[in-house]
Ligand binder design. Sequence first.
Ligand code: SF4
Length: 119
Amino acid sequence: MAIPVLSKAARRACDHVRRSGCGIYDERPEPCRAFHCLWLRGAVGAAIESRPDALGVMFDQCTLRGSGELITVAYELWNGAFAAPEARSAIEAVAASLSPAALALSHYDRSWSELHVER
Ligand code: SF4
């Protein structure tokens, strides 16, 4: 995610990320403290296999500027992550749970697409 206060662009590694996690965890800025992906919120299942760093997919919801529309997004965290069967299954389950059953997909190469699921 973009963290303007850190001059961190979206889809760029943060300068503070370390092998063990955040290198400034106790002093991390408010946007980092406030961010909770859908896994952390318990909305995509609590299984450790569904955690973004295991699945390669992070789900989030955000509001579109202008329209104010709330959208759900699946972010591909490494190249090819969306193609794994476990990731595909999670993506389809999340999409099917939405109304309408559509999920925005943010691909690792920065392209976007949308998935519509038949129910
Ligand atoms: S939580 Fe830490 S590593 Fe992650 S974006 Fe914020 S400052 Fe960077």
